[in-house]
Design a protein around this ligand. Structure first.
Ligand SMILES: Cc1cc2nc3c(=O)[nH]c(=O)nc-3n(C[C@H](O)[C@H](O)[C@H](O)COP(=O)(O)OP(=O)(O)OC[C@H]3O[C@@H](n4cnc5c(N)ncnc54)[C@H](O)[C@@H]3O)c2cc1C
Length: 1023
């Protein structure tokens, strides 16, 4: 039997889920042989924990870990694992339910005038068991759930339940106003939302948004006087305000129109900025509930992609099963990784501990992983398999240090004090290196190590010019070191002065902004009774890199030890400055923690030194962040760029994209799907079947030279003045134009919205680009065609967005010419642009472009020629009626002929209304480069789309009092290409605008995405 040899590198949640799902497929053992390679003595990675036998078998975690109630995939894996494990009834943690205890109290911390205040929130429970996931509600279905949840949340809080027994009359009034308001809003929205989601078209959407805005303004007016004095009202209002902003944002950004939302679409913006844009107040976006989302993802003080953070927040709050959180009832290693190890081992998966992966090598043709170089850290006596677990009170557990007596030279290793989990360990490898070779030792490789170590292991891949996406992923997706400290306290929680039930607290004072009481773990440890500790506190946070993190192993020597000292000092400072607010009964008069209240043997000196501190001692352990604009750089399991390399880890593209156990589990399921080709189920897999950019990249890494002005989006324009004229155009010409310029893929279709084009002139006074400091002033004039961006699905055209294709465009600045053309594909020309415009109607615009002479000899110079001239039509001139203007911008018969059925047209109307209201639309570009030898050939051609969005409301927005009149040269062919309908002779066509507008506004153009690259023959637009 020829079994495929699957080698899994690393033993974290992602890697072990891959092994678990692969070996859950029927008959797997006939097809695969699976081996997991793990450095050091234990599995778990960022989730690893160990028992310190020398210190009463206490649990020592890499970091505090909680499961969220919505972890459908992680709970499903663990549920199946526990069932197969089959521990006898009465054994410790025999079932999933015994291993995970629901937890509902989150204490948010608010600072008011420099004083911290507890804001406890008890989250309602429900009877759904975790890990038996139901379908996740669509955004439209979520709206009533979100409002009902607010009411349930109020009911759950003694302080908010009933206004009548509130501390003061004004608090009671405030509570009643909020409660009644939310209940009325819910009732009125229910009726609007009763129809199917697809009918949430423009009119109803507008009505919803109008009601939401009016409601929140009215309630805010009534609550405002109370906000300063009543912390309960302040936090309740923040919860209401953020909920409403999320609802408004979901409606306005069209998420409620879709069953299957593309959350990545919002990731170019920071979550807080997105909430602000949808009406949340500054106080609310800074409130602890929102800060808690950031701190929970180790992103305090950083940005997070709005789509990822919103999706996470919605799942966390509204789709949890049972309880919002679950606390593990032993160490994470004992609860997760020991059962997974035992089940996988029983199934026949091989584990090779003490194997450190050093390097992946590519084949000569750079299509495959040719070899994997490993260091063999130490050998097991008698050549046997290492047995990694030991028993603590009847529970199989990982030790904090290797079980030395199984190892050859184990005593010497112990005596050295070195850790084989330290990337910079000085302990020499005890065995010769091992090189696994493609075809001889393995057929496919799963890369399951953490992101932070990839630059060291994958040097050849990062440098592979054929695979720039891998290098971009490593460059763009960032990681942070974390700190974790565990304290064993001699007093029980109540005796420390904490007066609430055991909490999870987030976000409290920096530097250790998260605290969870973990006293329930005492019964699993072996401290003496009496005389042992009575409570346990876990503290954690992200920290800044105090020195650039080294990558090479040799440079890492000593790094972990320095980090440990750093974490100790960090913790000491935190306990001196901030313990009094948590544990007022065990602090000294100066407010610092009384360290004698920490449990430690009398002989051990400073009791703080006896506690557990966990620094990042391996680059793989760095927490993976989700800053805005980065998810698009994530690679999916099958996008490594090599035939035999599959990716798994919380850094890959998954439906979650956030550093958490659920994302790691999803990535493991995806990797198993790729390996087996089977549709292994995954809950909330909204990415499945979604069109993506091609897996292989079309070119090598861009060479930065620093002087070629090729700035990249996002571009931000502040204080821009814009004049726009709607012009009549011939339908046939526009259709031809779209088909010829944008018809690169039969499934992505661009249809002109109506028989009209827009001439616009923009004076951008403060334009900035993401990768270049400072601002430039630039003018942009052009013609754009409003289009419906559609996707062909099962024979139907489905409108996705309203867009604008700009076939002609001029700028007056060289830098603007290069940046926009090169990166996005703006078809920019260089021109002198005359711009005089006022809201009162005075107007004089011109485009003087450089053109070659029509006749004359070779020595005749190019000259400036007036291509376009625009003026106001003068006193007495009247514009076309608005109805005529509307008819020109939208034509049902025309859209029907183009293939949009009635449902699609209704949806398109909704999208257009949204776009007008929010000022957000998609810019469409034909990006192309001419072949060097054959000028009629494009050597590269692609359709690029980029979001364009108004920032806030326009400062001024008005219809001009008199229409614009244009005179357009026939010389360059733009009048005929656009089918401009006007009068005039051979030289120029003269037109009068159907409607003319003046605006002063700020806007932003986001990062572009290649949606349909042109390829020879077969489509590379994969699904
Ligand atoms: C402090 C902290 C707290 C967290 N808290 C939570 C939480 O409360 N809830 C939650 O859901 N998520 C939490 N997370 C995130 C969660 O831990 C991770 O998302 C998840 O564990 C990642 O799993 P992974 O398999 O992708 O990667 P990892 O866990 O990093 O696994 C990588 C594996 O590769 C191995 N490896 C690395 N390099 C090598 C090498 N050179 N040779 C051999 N093996 C190697 C590692 O030892 C490990 O086994 C937290 C993370 C941190 C850092």
């Amino acid at each position: 039997m020829n079994r495929e040899r699957i080698v899994i590198l690393g033993g974290g949640m992602a890697a072990l889920t891959t092994a678990f799902e692969l070996t859950s497929t029927p008959g797997w053992e006939e097809h695969y042989e699976v081996t997991v390679y793990q450095q050091g003595h234990r599995l778990g990675g960022k989730g690893a924990s160990g028992r310190n036998h020398e210190r009463f078998d206490r649990i020592e975690e890499h970091g505090l870990h909680l499961f969220y109630g919505f972890y459908d995939n992680a709970f499903s894996v663990m549920r199946r694992c526990y069932e197969e494990l089959g521990r006898p009834a009465g054994a410790p943690l025999a079932t999933l339910e015994e291993a995970f205890e629901p937890h509902s109290l989150i204490v948010f911390e608010e600072q008011s005038e420099g004083v911290w205040q507890h804001q406890p929130l008890l989250f309602p429970r429900n009877s759904d068991p975790p890990g038996l996931g139901r379908k996740v509600p669509t955004p439209a279905e979520l709206i009533p759930i979100m409002l009902q949840f607010l009411l349930d949340l109020f009911d759950e809080q003694p302080a908010l339940r009933n206004g009548s027994d509130a501390r003061s009359r004004s608090l009671g009034v405030g509570i009643r106003v909020l409660r009644r308001g939310v209940a009325r809003l819910l009732a009125s929205l229910r009726e609007l939302l009763a129809a199917p989601a697809e009918n949430l078209v423009a009119v109803r959407r507008e009505e919803l948004l109008r009601r939401l805005l009016a409601w929140s303004a009215a309630v805010f007016r009534r609550c405002e006087p109370l906000l300063a004095q009543q912390p309960e009202i302040r936090s309740a209002w923040a919860a209401v305000d953020i909920t409403l902003a999320m609802i408004r944002g979901m409606i306005a950004d069209g998420l409620t129109d879709q069953d299957d939302v593309d959350w990545l679409r919002l990731d170019h913006e920071d979550f807080r900025a997105w909430l602000r844009r949808h009406g949340a107040s500054e106080a609310s976006v800074r409130a602890s509930t929102v800060s808690g989302v950031y701190a929970g993802a180790y992103s305090a003080g950083r940005e997070m992609g709005a789509g990822t953070a919103l999706h996470w927040t919605l799942r966390m709050l509204y789709t949890y099963r049972g309880a919002i959180f679950y606390k593990m009832q032993a160490g994470m290693g004992d609860v997760i990784f020991a059962p997974l190890y035992q089940v996988l081992r029983r199934r026949g998966v091989h584990f090779r501990f003490f194997h450190r992966i050093d390097r992946l090598r590519l084949s000569a043709d750079r299509r495959r992983i040719a070899a994997i170089e490993m260091g063999r850290q130490i050998a097991v006596k008698g050549g046997a398999d290492y047995e990694p677990l030991f028993d603590v009170k009847g529970l199989p557990c990982w030790p904090s240090e290797p079980l030395y007596d199984q190892l050859i030279g184990g005593e010497a290793l112990r005596a050295s004090g070195e850790s084989l989990e330290d990337w910079g360990s000085r302990y020499p490898d005890q065995e010769p290196p091992l090189v696994l070779e493609d075809g001889r030792d393995f057929d496919r490789v799963v890369l399951g190590v953490g992101l932070g170590v990839l630059p060291a292991l994958c040097e050849e891949i990062v440098a592979d010019a054929n695979n720039p996406r891998f290098a971009a992923m490593i460059r763009e997706i960032t990681t942070t070191p974390t700190v974790s400290s565990q304290l064993w306290i001699r007093d029980d929680l109540r005796a420390t002065g904490w007066h609430l039930p055991p909490p999870v607290m987030i976000p409290y004072a920096a530097p250790l902004d998260t605290w969870a009481d973990m006293s329930h773990l005492l019964s699993r440890e072996s401290f003496p009774e009496p005389g042992g500790p009575q409570s346990i506190a876990y503290l954690t946070a992200a920290m800044d890199d105090d020195e650039p993190p080294p990558i090479e192993r040799s440079a890492y020597v000593g790094y972990a030890a320095r980090q440990l000292e750093h974490v100790r000092a960090f913790t000491a400072a935190h306990l001196d400055a901030s313990a009094a607010h948590l544990w007022p009964a065990i602090v000294r008069p100066d407010g610092a923690l009384d360290r004698s209240r920490l449990h430690a043997p009398a002989s051990k000196g400073d009791p703080l030194a006896f506690q557990h501190f966990s620094p990042v001692q391996h680059p793989s352990d760095r927490y993976v962040l989700s800053p805005r604009g980065t998810t698009r750089h994530r690679l999916a399991a099958d996008e490594s760029g090599y035939e035999n390399l599959v990716l798994a880890g919380d850094w890959t593209l998954t439906p979650m994209n956030l550093g958490c156990v659920e994302a790691a589990t999803m990535s493991g399921i995806r990797a198993a799907q790729v390996l087996t080709g089977l549709p292994i189920p995954m809950h909330d897999d909204w990415l499945r079947g979604r069109p993506r950019a091609p897996a292989s990249s079309p070119g090598p890494l861009y060479i930065e030279r620093g002087v070629n002005e090729s700035t990249s989006p996002p571009y931000d324009a502040r204080s821009s003045v814009m004049v726009a004229a709607l012009l009549r155009a011939e339908p046939r010409r526009l259709r031809d134009l779209c088909a010829r310029h944008l018809g690169l893929h039969e499934d992505r279709v661009y249809i002109p919205l109506g028989p009209s084009v827009v001439f616009y002139a923009q004076d951008n006074r403060l334009l900035s680009a993401i990768d270049a400091p400072g601002v430039v002033a630039e003018r942009d004039f052009g013609f754009l065609v409003p289009v419906a961006i559609c996707e062909r699905r099962g024979g139907r055209l489905e409108p996705l967005a309203v867009g604008a294709y700009t076939p002609y465009l001029w700028v007056d600045l060289g830098a603007a010419l290069v940046g926009g053309r090169e990166v996005l594909g703006f078809p920019k020309g260089h021109a002198d642009l005359g711009f005089e415009a006022t809201a009162s109607g005075h107007l004089a615009l011109h485009v003087d472009a450089w053109l070659p002479p029509e006749g004359g000899g070779a020595a005749t110079p190019w000259r400036h020629e007036r291509i376009v001239e625009a003026r106001d039509a003068g006193e007495g001139a009247r514009e076309t009626s608005l109805l005529d203007a509307l008819r020109a911008s939208h034509d049902a018969a025309w859209l029907g002929a183009a293939g949009l059925d009635t449902r699609a047209q209704v949806r398109l109307l909704g999208l257009a209304a949204d776009s007008l209201r929010t000022g957000a639309f998609t810019m469409v570009f034909l990006k192309q480069f001419r072949d060097a030898a054959r000028r009629e050939i494009a050597c590269y051609q692609a359709i690029v789309e980029a979001p364009c969005r108004r920032i806030g409301a326009p400062r001024t927005s008005a219809r001009l009092p008199r229409p614009i009149e244009l005179s357009v040269s026939r010389r360059v062919g733009l009048a005929s290409t656009l089918g401009l309908v006007g009068e005039g002779g051979d030289e120029r066509v003269r037109l009068r605008a159907l409607a003319s507008f003046y605006m002063e506004l700020d806007f932003t153009i986001g990062v572009g995405e290649v949606v349909t690259p042109r390829s020879s023959g077969a489509s590379r637009w994969v699904s």
